[in-house]
Design a protein around this ligand. Structure first.
Ligand SMILES: NC(=O)c1ccc[n+]([C@@H]2O[C@H](COP(=O)([O-])OP(=O)(O)OC[C@H]3O[C@@H](n4cnc5c(N)ncnc54)[C@H](OP(=O)(O)O)[C@@H]3O)[C@@H](O)[C@H]2O)c1
Length: 461
Protein backbone atom coordinates (compact mmCIF):
# COMPACT_ATOMS: atom_id res chain seq x y z
CA UNK A 1 0.00 0.00 0.00
CA UNK A 2 1.45 3.39 -0.93
CA UNK A 3 2.05 5.95 1.77
CA UNK A 4 -0.57 8.32 0.50
CA UNK A 5 -3.14 5.56 0.22
CA UNK A 6 -3.16 5.51 4.01
CA UNK A 7 -4.47 9.07 4.14
CA UNK A 8 -7.35 7.95 1.99
CA UNK A 9 -10.55 7.58 3.96
CA UNK A 10 -12.59 4.57 3.03
CA UNK A 11 -16.23 5.31 2.38
CA UNK A 12 -18.98 5.17 -0.12
CA UNK A 13 -20.88 8.16 -1.29
CA UNK A 14 -23.89 8.79 -3.46
CA UNK A 15 -23.58 6.76 -6.65
CA UNK A 16 -22.48 8.62 -9.73
CA UNK A 17 -24.93 9.01 -12.51
CA UNK A 18 -24.59 5.93 -14.71
CA UNK A 19 -22.90 6.45 -18.07
CA UNK A 20 -25.27 8.60 -20.09
CA UNK A 21 -26.22 8.61 -23.76
CA UNK A 22 -23.65 9.49 -26.37
CA UNK A 23 -23.12 13.24 -26.59
CA UNK A 24 -23.81 14.59 -30.08
CA UNK A 25 -20.46 16.36 -30.11
CA UNK A 26 -18.29 15.16 -27.30
CA UNK A 27 -15.55 17.72 -28.04
CA UNK A 28 -17.77 20.74 -27.87
CA UNK A 29 -17.49 21.50 -24.20
CA UNK A 30 -20.58 22.67 -22.46
CA UNK A 31 -22.57 22.42 -25.71
CA UNK A 32 -25.50 20.64 -24.11
CA UNK A 33 -25.98 21.31 -20.44
CA UNK A 34 -27.91 18.08 -19.90
CA UNK A 35 -25.35 15.86 -21.60
CA UNK A 36 -23.01 14.23 -19.12
CA UNK A 37 -19.31 14.85 -19.53
CA UNK A 38 -17.82 11.38 -19.83
CA UNK A 39 -14.39 10.70 -18.43
CA UNK A 40 -11.92 7.81 -18.58
CA UNK A 41 -9.45 7.53 -15.72
CA UNK A 42 -6.01 5.96 -16.15
CA UNK A 43 -4.30 5.20 -12.83
CA UNK A 44 -6.23 4.23 -9.72
CA UNK A 45 -3.57 4.79 -7.08
CA UNK A 46 -3.67 7.46 -4.39
CA UNK A 47 -4.93 10.18 -6.72
CA UNK A 48 -7.00 8.06 -9.13
CA UNK A 49 -8.94 6.34 -6.34
CA UNK A 50 -9.34 9.73 -4.66
CA UNK A 51 -10.88 11.17 -7.83
CA UNK A 52 -13.34 8.26 -8.10
CA UNK A 53 -14.31 8.73 -4.46
CA UNK A 54 -14.76 12.49 -4.78
CA UNK A 55 -16.83 12.18 -7.97
CA UNK A 56 -19.07 9.67 -6.19
CA UNK A 57 -19.31 11.38 -2.81
CA UNK A 58 -19.98 14.88 -4.13
CA UNK A 59 -21.78 13.94 -7.37
CA UNK A 60 -24.72 16.24 -6.59
CA UNK A 61 -22.81 19.46 -5.93
CA UNK A 62 -20.36 18.69 -8.71
CA UNK A 63 -23.21 18.29 -11.23
CA UNK A 64 -24.85 21.47 -9.94
CA UNK A 65 -21.67 23.49 -10.25
CA UNK A 66 -20.63 21.95 -13.55
CA UNK A 67 -24.12 22.48 -14.93
CA UNK A 68 -24.27 18.86 -16.07
CA UNK A 69 -23.48 15.43 -14.65
CA UNK A 70 -19.94 14.10 -14.80
CA UNK A 71 -19.76 10.37 -15.35
CA UNK A 72 -16.89 7.93 -15.29
CA UNK A 73 -17.23 5.53 -18.20
CA UNK A 74 -14.00 3.57 -18.10
CA UNK A 75 -10.96 3.13 -15.89
CA UNK A 76 -7.54 1.51 -16.19
CA UNK A 77 -4.72 0.45 -13.89
CA UNK A 78 -2.25 -2.44 -13.84
CA UNK A 79 -3.93 -4.70 -11.32
CA UNK A 80 -7.65 -5.24 -11.85
CA UNK A 81 -7.98 -7.32 -8.69
CA UNK A 82 -6.58 -4.68 -6.30
CA UNK A 83 -8.95 -3.31 -3.65
CA UNK A 84 -8.83 0.45 -4.07
CA UNK A 85 -11.40 1.33 -1.42
CA UNK A 86 -13.91 2.50 -4.03
CA UNK A 87 -16.40 0.45 -6.08
CA UNK A 88 -15.39 0.20 -9.73
CA UNK A 89 -17.99 -2.23 -11.07
CA UNK A 90 -20.03 0.53 -12.76
CA UNK A 91 -17.14 1.35 -15.08
CA UNK A 92 -15.62 -0.46 -18.04
CA UNK A 93 -12.11 -1.74 -17.34
CA UNK A 94 -9.34 -1.22 -19.90
CA UNK A 95 -6.27 -3.40 -19.48
CA UNK A 96 -4.38 -1.08 -21.81
CA UNK A 97 -4.74 2.52 -20.58
CA UNK A 98 -4.21 3.91 -24.07
CA UNK A 99 -7.52 2.30 -25.10
CA UNK A 100 -9.25 5.10 -23.13
CA UNK A 101 -8.05 7.49 -25.81
CA UNK A 102 -9.99 5.73 -28.54
CA UNK A 103 -13.26 5.03 -26.74
CA UNK A 104 -16.25 6.81 -28.26
CA UNK A 105 -17.84 7.16 -24.82
CA UNK A 106 -14.92 9.10 -23.32
CA UNK A 107 -14.74 12.90 -23.78
CA UNK A 108 -11.93 13.57 -21.33
CA UNK A 109 -8.95 11.37 -20.48
CA UNK A 110 -7.73 11.77 -16.90
CA UNK A 111 -4.09 10.63 -16.70
CA UNK A 112 -3.10 9.71 -13.13
CA UNK A 113 -0.33 7.20 -13.81
CA UNK A 114 2.71 9.46 -13.42
CA UNK A 115 6.19 9.68 -14.96
CA UNK A 116 7.55 11.88 -17.73
CA UNK A 117 7.89 9.01 -20.21
CA UNK A 118 6.29 5.62 -20.85
CA UNK A 119 2.58 4.94 -20.46
CA UNK A 120 1.62 8.42 -19.21
CA UNK A 121 3.25 10.17 -22.17
CA UNK A 122 1.90 7.67 -24.70
CA UNK A 123 -1.60 8.04 -23.25
CA UNK A 124 -1.44 11.85 -23.23
CA UNK A 125 -0.32 12.00 -26.87
CA UNK A 126 -2.87 9.44 -27.95
CA UNK A 127 -5.72 11.17 -26.09
CA UNK A 128 -4.95 14.49 -27.81
CA UNK A 129 -4.44 12.70 -31.12
CA UNK A 130 -7.93 11.25 -30.82
CA UNK A 131 -9.57 14.55 -29.93
CA UNK A 132 -9.90 14.02 -26.17
CA UNK A 133 -9.22 16.72 -23.60
CA UNK A 134 -6.58 15.77 -21.06
CA UNK A 135 -6.61 16.26 -17.30
CA UNK A 136 -3.42 15.26 -15.51
CA UNK A 137 -1.66 15.57 -12.15
CA UNK A 138 1.66 14.69 -13.75
CA UNK A 139 4.23 17.46 -13.17
CA UNK A 140 7.09 15.34 -14.54
CA UNK A 141 5.29 14.94 -17.88
CA UNK A 142 4.48 18.66 -18.07
CA UNK A 143 7.93 19.83 -16.97
CA UNK A 144 9.61 17.82 -19.72
CA UNK A 145 7.02 17.69 -22.54
CA UNK A 146 4.57 20.45 -21.61
CA UNK A 147 5.27 22.76 -24.54
CA UNK A 148 4.95 20.03 -27.19
CA UNK A 149 1.79 18.60 -25.61
CA UNK A 150 0.22 22.07 -25.42
CA UNK A 151 0.98 22.65 -29.09
CA UNK A 152 -0.63 19.31 -29.98
CA UNK A 153 -3.68 20.20 -27.87
CA UNK A 154 -4.14 23.69 -29.26
CA UNK A 155 -3.78 22.56 -32.88
CA UNK A 156 -6.92 20.49 -32.25
CA UNK A 157 -8.71 23.04 -30.07
CA UNK A 158 -8.31 20.80 -27.04
CA UNK A 159 -7.35 21.54 -23.45
CA UNK A 160 -4.79 20.15 -21.04
CA UNK A 161 -5.74 20.90 -17.43
CA UNK A 162 -3.23 20.26 -14.65
CA UNK A 163 -4.18 22.05 -11.43
CA UNK A 164 -3.16 18.99 -9.38
CA UNK A 165 0.34 18.88 -10.85
CA UNK A 166 1.67 21.60 -8.56
CA UNK A 167 1.06 21.92 -4.83
CA UNK A 168 -1.84 19.42 -4.71
CA UNK A 169 -4.95 21.08 -3.32
CA UNK A 170 -3.63 24.66 -3.61
CA UNK A 171 -5.18 26.37 -6.66
CA UNK A 172 -1.89 27.88 -7.78
CA UNK A 173 -2.33 27.16 -11.49
CA UNK A 174 -5.66 29.00 -11.55
CA UNK A 175 -4.15 31.83 -9.53
CA UNK A 176 -1.31 32.32 -11.99
CA UNK A 177 -3.16 31.59 -15.21
CA UNK A 178 -6.44 33.34 -14.43
CA UNK A 179 -6.34 35.46 -11.30
CA UNK A 180 -3.01 37.09 -12.11
CA UNK A 181 -3.41 36.99 -15.90
CA UNK A 182 -2.98 40.77 -16.18
CA UNK A 183 0.24 40.92 -14.17
CA UNK A 184 3.88 40.69 -15.06
CA UNK A 185 5.28 38.20 -12.58
CA UNK A 186 8.55 39.36 -11.11
CA UNK A 187 9.25 36.43 -8.84
CA UNK A 188 7.76 33.33 -7.34
CA UNK A 189 9.07 31.20 -4.52
CA UNK A 190 7.58 28.06 -3.10
CA UNK A 191 7.81 25.20 -0.67
CA UNK A 192 6.83 22.64 -3.26
CA UNK A 193 7.68 19.29 -1.70
CA UNK A 194 5.86 18.18 1.44
CA UNK A 195 8.24 15.30 2.17
CA UNK A 196 11.24 17.64 2.37
CA UNK A 197 9.31 20.17 4.43
CA UNK A 198 8.23 17.44 6.84
CA UNK A 199 11.83 16.21 7.23
CA UNK A 200 13.27 19.70 7.75
CA UNK A 201 10.50 20.62 10.22
CA UNK A 202 11.01 17.42 12.24
CA UNK A 203 14.79 17.87 12.25
CA UNK A 204 14.32 21.35 13.69
CA UNK A 205 11.61 20.52 16.22
CA UNK A 206 13.19 17.31 17.48
CA UNK A 207 16.86 18.31 16.98
CA UNK A 208 17.53 15.14 15.00
CA UNK A 209 19.72 14.40 12.01
CA UNK A 210 18.59 13.93 8.42
CA UNK A 211 19.11 10.16 8.02
CA UNK A 212 17.32 9.42 11.26
CA UNK A 213 14.27 11.55 10.39
CA UNK A 214 14.15 10.20 6.83
CA UNK A 215 14.07 6.62 8.12
CA UNK A 216 11.16 7.51 10.42
CA UNK A 217 9.35 9.39 7.63
CA UNK A 218 9.58 6.24 5.49
CA UNK A 219 8.15 4.11 8.31
CA UNK A 220 5.30 6.59 8.80
CA UNK A 221 4.53 6.67 5.08
CA UNK A 222 5.56 10.32 4.56
CA UNK A 223 8.52 9.39 2.35
CA UNK A 224 8.74 6.82 -0.43
CA UNK A 225 10.92 3.69 -0.08
CA UNK A 226 13.05 5.33 -2.79
CA UNK A 227 12.97 8.95 -1.63
CA UNK A 228 15.51 10.31 -4.16
CA UNK A 229 13.00 12.18 -6.33
CA UNK A 230 11.74 14.12 -3.34
CA UNK A 231 14.85 14.68 -1.23
CA UNK A 232 17.14 15.45 -4.18
CA UNK A 233 14.84 18.28 -5.28
CA UNK A 234 13.72 16.80 -8.62
CA UNK A 235 10.02 16.76 -7.73
CA UNK A 236 10.15 20.40 -6.59
CA UNK A 237 12.05 21.27 -9.79
CA UNK A 238 9.34 19.70 -11.98
CA UNK A 239 6.76 21.87 -10.19
CA UNK A 240 8.92 24.98 -10.46
CA UNK A 241 9.34 24.41 -14.21
CA UNK A 242 5.54 24.24 -14.59
CA UNK A 243 4.99 27.40 -12.54
CA UNK A 244 7.75 29.30 -14.33
CA UNK A 245 6.38 28.40 -17.77
CA UNK A 246 3.03 29.83 -16.71
CA UNK A 247 4.45 32.85 -14.90
CA UNK A 248 6.77 33.99 -17.68
CA UNK A 249 5.05 32.55 -20.74
CA UNK A 250 8.29 31.01 -21.91
CA UNK A 251 9.44 27.49 -22.65
CA UNK A 252 11.67 26.25 -19.84
CA UNK A 253 14.32 23.63 -20.64
CA UNK A 254 14.18 21.38 -17.58
CA UNK A 255 17.95 20.84 -17.60
CA UNK A 256 18.48 24.60 -17.22
CA UNK A 257 17.23 24.47 -13.61
CA UNK A 258 19.76 24.46 -10.78
CA UNK A 259 18.69 21.61 -8.48
CA UNK A 260 19.97 20.71 -5.01
CA UNK A 261 18.19 18.61 -2.42
CA UNK A 262 18.29 18.41 1.36
CA UNK A 263 20.59 15.41 1.98
CA UNK A 264 23.46 17.63 3.13
CA UNK A 265 21.43 19.60 5.70
CA UNK A 266 22.56 18.78 9.24
CA UNK A 267 20.95 19.31 12.63
CA UNK A 268 23.92 21.55 13.41
CA UNK A 269 23.14 23.87 10.49
CA UNK A 270 19.47 24.01 11.49
CA UNK A 271 20.62 24.96 14.99
CA UNK A 272 22.85 27.76 13.67
CA UNK A 273 20.08 28.95 11.35
CA UNK A 274 17.78 29.34 14.37
CA UNK A 275 20.47 31.23 16.24
CA UNK A 276 20.85 33.62 13.29
CA UNK A 277 17.08 34.17 13.02
CA UNK A 278 16.42 31.91 10.02
CA UNK A 279 14.58 28.69 9.11
CA UNK A 280 15.86 26.28 6.48
CA UNK A 281 13.35 25.39 3.73
CA UNK A 282 13.72 23.64 0.39
CA UNK A 283 12.64 26.41 -1.96
CA UNK A 284 11.87 26.56 -5.64
CA UNK A 285 12.58 30.07 -6.88
CA UNK A 286 11.94 31.63 -10.28
CA UNK A 287 12.77 35.26 -10.96
CA UNK A 288 12.77 37.39 -14.06
CA UNK A 289 15.78 39.67 -14.32
CA UNK A 290 16.28 41.92 -17.35
CA UNK A 291 14.71 39.44 -19.75
CA UNK A 292 16.42 36.36 -18.37
CA UNK A 293 15.03 33.90 -15.83
CA UNK A 294 16.68 32.53 -12.73
CA UNK A 295 15.41 29.03 -11.87
CA UNK A 296 16.71 27.27 -8.81
CA UNK A 297 15.72 24.64 -6.28
CA UNK A 298 17.87 24.39 -3.16
CA UNK A 299 17.73 24.57 0.63
CA UNK A 300 17.59 28.20 1.68
CA UNK A 301 17.53 30.14 4.92
CA UNK A 302 14.50 32.41 5.19
CA UNK A 303 13.90 34.93 7.99
CA UNK A 304 11.91 33.43 10.86
CA UNK A 305 9.44 36.29 10.51
CA UNK A 306 8.65 35.46 6.86
CA UNK A 307 5.46 33.72 5.73
CA UNK A 308 7.43 30.86 4.19
CA UNK A 309 9.26 30.18 7.48
CA UNK A 310 5.94 29.45 9.20
CA UNK A 311 4.94 26.73 6.71
CA UNK A 312 5.72 23.51 8.52
CA UNK A 313 5.26 19.77 8.15
CA UNK A 314 3.80 18.39 4.94
CA UNK A 315 2.29 21.73 3.91
CA UNK A 316 3.18 23.50 0.67
CA UNK A 317 3.15 27.23 -0.03
CA UNK A 318 3.73 29.55 -2.95
CA UNK A 319 4.53 33.25 -2.88
CA UNK A 320 3.91 35.12 -6.14
CA UNK A 321 4.79 38.73 -6.87
CA UNK A 322 2.69 40.42 -9.56
CA UNK A 323 3.44 43.96 -10.69
CA UNK A 324 -0.12 45.20 -10.11
CA UNK A 325 -1.51 42.65 -7.62
CA UNK A 326 1.52 42.76 -5.33
CA UNK A 327 2.36 39.67 -3.27
CA UNK A 328 0.02 36.70 -3.15
CA UNK A 329 0.66 33.93 -0.65
CA UNK A 330 -1.01 30.53 -0.97
CA UNK A 331 -0.68 27.71 1.51
CA UNK A 332 -2.26 24.28 1.85
CA UNK A 333 -1.86 20.57 1.46
CA UNK A 334 0.41 19.73 -1.42
CA UNK A 335 -0.33 16.01 -1.62
CA UNK A 336 -2.63 13.24 -0.52
CA UNK A 337 -5.76 11.71 -2.01
CA UNK A 338 -8.24 14.39 -0.93
CA UNK A 339 -6.40 17.61 -1.83
CA UNK A 340 -5.07 16.23 -5.12
CA UNK A 341 -8.44 14.80 -6.16
CA UNK A 342 -10.02 18.17 -5.32
CA UNK A 343 -7.72 19.83 -7.86
CA UNK A 344 -8.26 17.15 -10.52
CA UNK A 345 -12.04 17.35 -10.22
CA UNK A 346 -11.96 21.17 -10.32
CA UNK A 347 -10.30 20.80 -13.74
CA UNK A 348 -12.95 18.33 -14.85
CA UNK A 349 -15.70 20.73 -13.71
CA UNK A 350 -14.05 23.51 -15.75
CA UNK A 351 -14.21 21.29 -18.83
CA UNK A 352 -17.85 20.40 -18.14
CA UNK A 353 -18.66 24.12 -17.91
CA UNK A 354 -17.03 24.66 -21.28
CA UNK A 355 -14.14 26.72 -19.94
CA UNK A 356 -11.17 26.55 -22.25
CA UNK A 357 -8.03 28.53 -21.40
CA UNK A 358 -4.71 28.21 -23.26
CA UNK A 359 -2.68 25.49 -21.58
CA UNK A 360 0.15 27.84 -20.59
CA UNK A 361 -1.97 30.97 -20.37
CA UNK A 362 -0.76 32.06 -23.79
CA UNK A 363 -0.90 30.25 -27.12
CA UNK A 364 1.60 27.37 -27.11
CA UNK A 365 3.09 28.57 -30.41
CA UNK A 366 4.05 31.84 -28.66
CA UNK A 367 6.18 30.12 -26.02
CA UNK A 368 9.73 31.08 -26.87
CA UNK A 369 12.69 29.27 -25.28
CA UNK A 370 13.59 31.04 -22.03
CA UNK A 371 17.02 32.58 -21.61
CA UNK A 372 18.06 31.40 -18.17
CA UNK A 373 20.58 32.85 -15.72
CA UNK A 374 23.35 30.40 -14.79
CA UNK A 375 23.71 29.74 -11.05
CA UNK A 376 27.29 31.09 -11.16
CA UNK A 377 25.78 34.56 -11.63
CA UNK A 378 23.54 34.33 -8.57
CA UNK A 379 24.14 37.05 -6.00
CA UNK A 380 23.03 36.89 -2.39
CA UNK A 381 24.01 36.23 1.19
CA UNK A 382 25.66 32.91 2.04
CA UNK A 383 25.85 30.88 5.23
CA UNK A 384 29.12 28.93 5.36
CA UNK A 385 29.77 26.45 8.18
CA UNK A 386 33.25 25.02 8.63
CA UNK A 387 34.50 22.21 10.86
CA UNK A 388 38.06 23.11 11.79
CA UNK A 389 40.77 22.08 14.20
CA UNK A 390 40.81 24.78 16.85
CA UNK A 391 44.36 26.09 16.42
CA UNK A 392 45.96 29.53 16.00
CA UNK A 393 45.86 31.03 12.50
CA UNK A 394 42.93 29.02 11.05
CA UNK A 395 40.53 31.92 11.05
CA UNK A 396 43.15 34.23 9.57
CA UNK A 397 43.71 31.75 6.70
CA UNK A 398 39.97 31.48 6.04
CA UNK A 399 39.32 35.23 6.09
CA UNK A 400 42.34 35.82 3.83
CA UNK A 401 40.86 33.46 1.22
CA UNK A 402 37.50 35.20 1.44
CA UNK A 403 39.17 38.61 1.11
CA UNK A 404 41.13 37.42 -1.96
CA UNK A 405 37.79 36.48 -3.58
CA UNK A 406 36.16 39.80 -2.78
CA UNK A 407 33.86 38.33 -0.10
CA UNK A 408 33.15 40.34 3.03
CA UNK A 409 31.52 38.99 6.18
CA UNK A 410 28.40 40.16 7.94
CA UNK A 411 28.53 37.72 10.89
CA UNK A 412 30.90 35.16 12.37
CA UNK A 413 29.96 32.65 15.09
CA UNK A 414 32.24 30.44 17.13
CA UNK A 415 31.13 29.12 20.48
CA UNK A 416 33.84 28.49 23.07
CA UNK A 417 37.34 27.12 22.50
CA UNK A 418 38.51 23.52 22.35
CA UNK A 419 42.23 23.80 21.52
CA UNK A 420 43.34 21.01 19.19
CA UNK A 421 39.79 19.69 18.73
CA UNK A 422 37.16 20.04 15.99
CA UNK A 423 34.92 23.08 16.34
CA UNK A 424 32.30 24.59 14.05
CA UNK A 425 32.76 28.11 12.72
CA UNK A 426 29.89 29.89 11.00
CA UNK A 427 30.37 32.71 8.52
CA UNK A 428 27.60 34.79 6.96
CA UNK A 429 28.67 36.82 3.96
CA UNK A 430 27.41 40.14 2.69
CA UNK A 431 25.91 40.11 -0.81
CA UNK A 432 28.29 38.16 -2.95
CA UNK A 433 28.46 36.19 -6.12
CA UNK A 434 28.03 32.39 -6.36
CA UNK A 435 31.09 31.93 -8.57
CA UNK A 436 33.29 33.77 -6.05
CA UNK A 437 31.92 31.73 -3.16
CA UNK A 438 32.45 28.46 -5.04
CA UNK A 439 36.05 29.41 -5.83
CA UNK A 440 36.77 30.46 -2.23
CA UNK A 441 35.24 27.25 -0.85
CA UNK A 442 37.69 25.20 -2.94
CA UNK A 443 40.65 26.94 -1.32
CA UNK A 444 39.11 26.77 2.17
CA UNK A 445 38.42 23.03 1.80
CA UNK A 446 42.09 22.48 0.94
CA UNK A 447 43.32 24.07 4.22
CA UNK A 448 44.85 21.36 6.46
CA UNK A 449 42.84 22.53 9.50
CA UNK A 450 39.52 22.23 7.67
CA UNK A 451 38.21 18.75 8.43
CA UNK A 452 35.31 18.34 6.01
CA UNK A 453 33.82 20.14 2.99
CA UNK A 454 32.13 23.30 4.28
CA UNK A 455 28.32 23.45 4.44
CA UNK A 456 26.98 26.21 2.22
CA UNK A 457 23.38 27.44 2.40
CA UNK A 458 22.02 30.43 0.50
CA UNK A 459 20.03 33.03 2.41
CA UNK A 460 16.90 34.49 0.85
CA UNK A 461 15.68 37.86 1.98
N1 LIG B 1 -0.02 11.19 -4.51
C1 LIG B 1 -0.13 12.51 -4.42
O1 LIG B 1 -0.38 13.05 -3.35
C2 LIG B 1 0.07 13.34 -5.64
C3 LIG B 1 -0.02 14.75 -5.53
C4 LIG B 1 0.08 15.54 -6.68
C5 LIG B 1 0.31 14.95 -7.90
N2 LIG B 1 0.45 13.58 -7.97
C6 LIG B 1 0.68 12.99 -9.28
O2 LIG B 1 -0.43 12.17 -9.60
C7 LIG B 1 0.00 11.08 -10.41
C8 LIG B 1 -0.42 9.77 -9.74
O3 LIG B 1 0.19 9.70 -8.47
P1 LIG B 1 -0.26 8.61 -7.37
O4 LIG B 1 0.37 9.04 -6.10
O5 LIG B 1 -1.70 8.38 -7.43
O6 LIG B 1 0.51 7.33 -7.90
P2 LIG B 1 0.27 5.81 -7.47
O7 LIG B 1 -0.44 5.72 -6.17
O8 LIG B 1 1.58 5.14 -7.63
O9 LIG B 1 -0.74 5.30 -8.61
C9 LIG B 1 -0.35 5.12 -9.94
C10 LIG B 1 -1.43 4.35 -10.64
O10 LIG B 1 -1.06 4.18 -11.99
C11 LIG B 1 -1.33 2.84 -12.37
N3 LIG B 1 -0.46 2.45 -13.46
C12 LIG B 1 0.89 2.33 -13.48
N4 LIG B 1 1.30 1.96 -14.71
C13 LIG B 1 0.19 1.87 -15.47
C14 LIG B 1 -0.05 1.51 -16.80
N5 LIG B 1 0.95 1.20 -17.63
N6 LIG B 1 -1.33 1.51 -17.25
C15 LIG B 1 -2.35 1.82 -16.41
N7 LIG B 1 -2.19 2.17 -15.14
C16 LIG B 1 -0.92 2.19 -14.67
C17 LIG B 1 -1.09 2.02 -11.13
O11 LIG B 1 -1.77 0.80 -11.24
P3 LIG B 1 -1.80 -0.30 -10.05
O12 LIG B 1 -2.48 0.38 -8.90
O13 LIG B 1 -2.60 -1.43 -10.58
O14 LIG B 1 -0.38 -0.63 -9.77
C18 LIG B 1 -1.67 2.94 -10.06
O15 LIG B 1 -3.04 2.73 -9.92
C19 LIG B 1 1.51 11.25 -10.57
O16 LIG B 1 1.77 11.96 -11.75
C20 LIG B 1 1.89 12.09 -9.36
O17 LIG B 1 3.06 12.85 -9.57
C21 LIG B 1 0.33 12.79 -6.88
Amino acid sequence: MSRRRRCFEEGQGAALHPPGPEAPDPHHLGADKMTPLRIGIAGLGTVGAGVVKLLRDNADIIAARAGRPITITAVSARNKAADRGVPLHDYAWETDATALATRDDVDVVVELIGGSEGPAKILAEKALGHGKHLVTANKALLAVHGAALAQAAEERNLTIAYEAAVAGGIPVIKTLREGLAANRIARLAGILNGTCNYILTTMREEKRDFADVLADAQKLGYAEADPAFDIDGVDAAHKLAVLATLAFGQQIAFDSLHIEGIRAISALDIHFAEELGYRIKLLGIAREHFGRIELRVHPAMVPQSSLLAAVDGVFNAVLIEGDFAGSIFLQGRGAGAGPTASAVVADIIDLARGTQIPVWGTAAKNLTPAATIPMAEHTGLYFIRLMVVDQPGVLADVTAILRDHGISLETMLQHGRKPGEAVPIVLVTHDTNEASVAAAIKFITALPAVLEPPALIRIES
